[in-house]
Design a protein around this ligand. Sequence first.
Ligand SMILES: [Zn+2]
Ligand SMILES: [Zn+2]
Length: 95
Amino acid sequence: MVIEWEGGHRSSYSGERLRWACPCAECRGEAGAPGRLARLKNLEPTELRVQNVVLVGQYALQIAFDSGHSTGLYTFTMLRTMCDCTECQARRSAS
Ligand SMILES: [Zn+2]
Ligand SMILES: [Zn+2]
């Protein structure tokens, strides 16, 4: 998945990376309880393939995976922070 930001910056994300970053309560855990991703070391390939992306309001993307998992809302703030292009990596390690 590729996002082109205002200002022309482009970020690309693999399905695998997005899946492991899923912010939903099931994956992340709630109220101190560990989520599903904390208990797993590996995910099935179908879990890692992005099937569909839907814009939610102006602030987030809802990403559905082949496995049917689609409860994660990835805010643009989060996605921007996740960008790991060399430029962003350099900026992060500098600060
Ligand atoms: Zn999730
Ligand atoms: Zn970047």
